[in-house]
Design a protein around this ligand. Structure first.
Ligand code: PLP
Length: 428
């Protein structure tokens, strides 16, 4: 396997693109080497510019849940393209996608489409403040909610990958209303409520996916929701990653908890730029033009993205792949654990449905601190061995691996062989 063309493009890209990438997680900073440049993808496979083919477990960081270029999505998008790309006025497809999304989340009467997960969350936070009239927001360390100023503290994802505590350029004032709690620790939330009486709500990734995969323990979410109700504060579920992935109704359906405000992205656009936030009527009525909370977007509800979203979610509902995800996820988990055992490699695997990832540590990983006990040098060795053996992984210990419903037995065989090579290399 050679990466000649990727390396050449990387050098060329450095001139006018920052680090030759348009999102820092795409850089290979924490695993060494240069980022791969992709030419195309189809089904379970992604192909780089040198013609190397990989089973794709990145899936564009989650959206490609049906695999790449599913024929129904392709057809729907091509059809939409023929009618025009953007109108600055409403289309029927926005109503259709809104119905699919609202039907999937029982507490959601209305939804507003935006262009990314970041926009969804920043609008969801604004809405929580508008509705409650309070300013403070609690977030959990290790949870990533996009790159808005207020939540770019103790965030996982690219910041964890690059070992950054927060972002430069975020003024102190922008985070003065952000309080940090520890994931899976209700007491750390209660402590803030004991000290502040102006907390609008708590934002959470109901299944952590940006410090690696971290699973809510026991009744953590349910207890959190019950507690917030006693305080008149809102639960804001950031389901940008888990929405329509953990279950059709997201992590909320899987865990039996309903949030007050839900933020979505990734899967709902089927690979096109879409985000959304939604809630029950009494909350959504605060959003302009019905209410005084302003939020807008030139390309919001973009017709191509709506076609991508409707076709993806319609096909997803039909396929109902969640049991299959559970089965395949469990198989990959066993492959990882048994191979690690064979080569005496310390490994913890966290998995929830179609999101999983291995941590190179003996420690159980239930929060960001424990996630950081993983040996990231071992991860880097493992990562490159997986690449060389035909499996495309996120180039970071702190990003989840995603499964698509297109995965076949032969892909799992490729993954198993690559894991064998990876663990062997790590053990040396
Ligand atoms: N929230 C979560 C949980 C995410 O995982 C992400 C992105 O990975 C975001 C928000 C931000 O979404 P976007 O990258 O589309 O702005």
């Amino acid at each position: 396997m050679n990466f000649k063309k990727s390396n050449k493009l990387y050098k060329k890209g450095l001139k006018h693109l920052v680090g030759a990438v348009n999102s820092p997680v795409r850089a290979f900073s924490s695993v060494g080497g240069n980022p791969l440049f992709i030419k195309k993808a189809k089904g379970t496979k992604i192909t780089d510019v040198d013609g190397n083919e990989y089973v794709d477990l990145v899936l564009s960081y989650g959206p490609m849940i049906l695999g790449h270029r599913h024929k129904k999505v392709q057809k729907a998008v091509e059809k939409a393209l023929k009618n025009g790309y953007s109108f600055g006025a409403s289309t029927e497809n926005e109503i259709k996608l809104a119905k699919i999304v609202c039907d999937a989340f029982p507490e959601m009467d209305k939804v507003r489409f935006v262009n990314s997960g970041t926009e969804a969350v920043l609008s969801g936070i604004r809405l929580a403040r508008a509705f409650t009239g309070k300013d403070k927001i609690i977030k959990f360390s290790g949870c990533y909610h996009g790159h808005q100023d207020a939540l770019l503290v103790a965030a996982g994802s690219g910041l964890a990958t690059l070992s950054l505590p927060g972002s430069k350029g975020v003024p102190e004032g922008a985070v003065k209303n952000t309080l940090i709690a520890e994931y899976n620790n209700l007491e750390s939330v209660k402590k803030h409520f004991a000290e502040h009486d102006d907390i609008a709500g708590v934002i959470i990734e109901p299944i952590g996916g940006n410090m690696g995969v971290v699973i809510p323990q026991d009744n953590f979410l349910k207890e959190l929701k019950d507690y917030l109700e006693t305080k008149g504060a809102l639960l804001i579920a950031d389901e940008v990653m888990t929405g329509f992935r953990s279950k059709f109704g997201g992590a909320q359906e899987l865990l039996g908890v309903t949030a007050d405000i839900t933020c979505l992205g990734k899967v709902i656009g089927g690979g096109f730029p879409v985000g959304a936030y939604g809630a029950r009527n009494e909350i959504m009525e605060n959003v302009a033009p019905l209410g005084g909370m302003y939020q807008a977007g030139t390309l919001s509800g973009n017709p191509i993205a709506m076609a991508g979203g409707i076709s993806t979610l319609t096909e997803l509902k039909k396929q109902n792949p969640y049991e299959k995800f559970e089965e395949i996820g469990a198989i990959i988990e066993v492959i990882l654990l048994e191979t690690a055992k064979k080569y005496n490699v310390d490994l913890t695997v966290n998995r929830f449905g179609s999101m999983l990832n291995p941590f190179f540590t003996k420690t159980k990983v239930t929060n960001f601190e424990e996630a950081q006990t993983s040996d990231t040098e071992k991860f880097a060795i493992f990562f490159w061995e997986m690449i060389k053996n035909g499996v495309f992984l996120p180039p970071s210990q702190f990003e989840a691996w995603f499964l698509s419903s297109a995965l076949k037995d032969k892909d799992i065989k490729v993954i198993a062989d690559a894991v064998e090579a990876g663990m062997l290399a790590v053990s040396k």
